[in-house]
Structures are given as structure tokens and as C-alpha cells.
Design a protein around this ligand. Structure first.
Ligand SMILES: [Zn+2]
Length: 244
């Protein structure tokens, strides 16, 4: 059939290859893709899991944290037995167990202006699965500079938001969030990042295969308390210090 895939891989991906717009061609694009996931937490866990099982060829997952008990209500890459261990390695173990046919590159490091280039490496798409605006803005600046697509996801309590940033076509994160909220510990019910993180994986797969329409220029807002989903148009700020 296609020497790029073993018979087991063909069977593994059969239900998505079945999609007329996906097919072997889409599966090959997914296998050849390198995805950078910033954060192996509440958003990074489901995003990485769904990218791994979809066959995303190379997953670079970056986090400088260790697993704590307070992570386990949402960070489903990590187990009770992983407490006090580096998150990127429990992430790698879990992802490789789910799909041995993908390559997982664990990066125990912090995204910062002087590390971002080395960490993102040759990735063609970035997933912002972080938990603070400060580090998100570092990623945003890099994405603007390199014109890389950046899929932003965030949650709070039972609520969440998602947008697809692809400079210079779309506004950047700084255009959308001009303020500087303080860093703090906020409440989260794990199912909320479960949904938003899975959506981030879906947006990445759509971008890679060219299927459907991504959330470019639109911010999806999820109210988990009422189950209302809405989309608002986001605009470029001509005076944006990053992309303006
Ligand atoms: Zn901007």
C-alpha cells in the first residue's frame, strides 16, 4: 500500500484515513509533522494524547515542572506513581505507551526569550498549553517573528477559550490580550482543559491536513457552566508592540 506505514499503523489510523479529505495523504502529513507543545499540564496532557494517538510524527513537549498531587485533577498524562518526577518524562512514557509509532522529545526546560528558539526547534506548529500570560507572550513573540502558527488555549474554572494565531494573517496574542494579569493559582475542573486541550489537538490536525476551517481571527469562548459556546471576531491592533 504505502511503505511509509506498517500494516499495524494502517490499522491503527484506519478510522481517520477513512475521512475522504484525510486519506493516506493526510496521514502522511501528520506523520511528517513536528509539533511543539509548551506545557505538559492540564491543556498539554489531552493535546499531546490526541496528537500522539493521531500519529503526529514528532511531538516536542516542554515543561520545567515536577508532578505534584495538586496536578492530578486535570493533568492526565501523569499518574500517582509519577509524583515528584519530571513531568516531561512521565509525559513521554505515557505517550509512547499509547503510540509507539510516534517520536516524543521531552524538553525539561522553561520557555524564555533565550531558550525559545532552541526549544521550538524545527517544529512547524506551536501549541500554547501554558498557564500564565508572561510565558505565553514569549511564545507569541517568537511565533510572530517566525510566522509560525500558534494555537492558544486557556481555562479558568469551568470556562475556556481557544484561538488560532498565524501572523501576519491574524492578530497576535498581544493584540487580543493587551493587559498583564498577575500570575496566580486559579481554580480548574479537569474536564474543562480536557475539552480545550482536545480542541487544540484538533486545530493542529486540521492545519496539518488542511481539513476544515481553523479558528483564525476568531476566539472561541466556552462557558462550561451553561454549556454555551460562542465565537467573537478578534482584530489586529495597529499599535500592537509585537505585530503592529
Ligand atoms: Zn499583535
Amino acid at each position: 500500500m504505502d511503505s511509509l506505514f506498517t500494516e499495524q499503523e494502517r490499522r491503527r489510523y484506519d478510522r481517520q484515513i477513512m475521512l475522504p479529505d484525510w486519506g493516506i495523504k493526510g496521514q502522511k502529513q501528520v506523520k511528517e509533522a513536528t509539533v511543539f507543545i509548551a506545557g505538559a499540564g492540564g491543556l498539554g496532557s489531552p493535546a499531546a494524547i490526541y496528537l500522539a494517538v493521531a500519529g503526529a510524527g514528532t511531538i516536542r513537549i516542554c515543561d520545567d515542572g515536577e508532578v505534584e498531587h495538586s496536578n492530578l485533577n486535570r493533568q492526565i498524562l501523569h499518574m500517582e506513581a509519577d509524583i515528584d518526577k519530571k513531568k516531561v518524562f512521565s509525559a513521554q512514557r505515557r505517550l509512547q505507551a499509547l503510540n509507539p509509532y510516534v517520536k516524543v522529545e521531552p524538553l525539561f526546560d522553561r520557555v524564555a526569550t533565550d531558550t525559545v528558539e532552541r526549544l521550538v526547534g524545527g517544529a512547524q506548529i506551536i501549541l500554547d498549553c501554558l498557564d500564565n500570560l508572561h510565558t505565553r507572550l514569549v511564545l507569541n513573540e517568537y511565533a510572530v517573528k517566525k510566522r509560525l502558527p500558534l494555537i492558544h488555549g486557556a481555562v479558568h474554572g469551568l470556562a475556556g477559550q481557544l484561538t488560532f494565531i498565524h501572523p501576519p494573517e491574524t492578530p497576535c496574542l498581544r493584540c487580543i490580550f493587551p493587559g498583564n494579569p498577575p500570575r496566580d493559582t486559579f481554580p480548574v475542573v479537569g474536564a474543562a482543559p480536557g475539552i480545550i486541550g482536545a480542541f487544540q489537538a484538533l486545530e493542529a490536525l486540521k492545519h496539518i491536513t488542511g481539513i476544515g476551517e481553523t479558528l483564525k481571527g476568531k476566539l472561541l469562548i466556552m462557558d462550561g457552566e451553561t454549556m454555551e459556546f460562542s465565537q467573537v471576531r478578534v482584530r489586529k491592533n495597529p499599535g500592537c508592540p509585537v505585530c503592529g
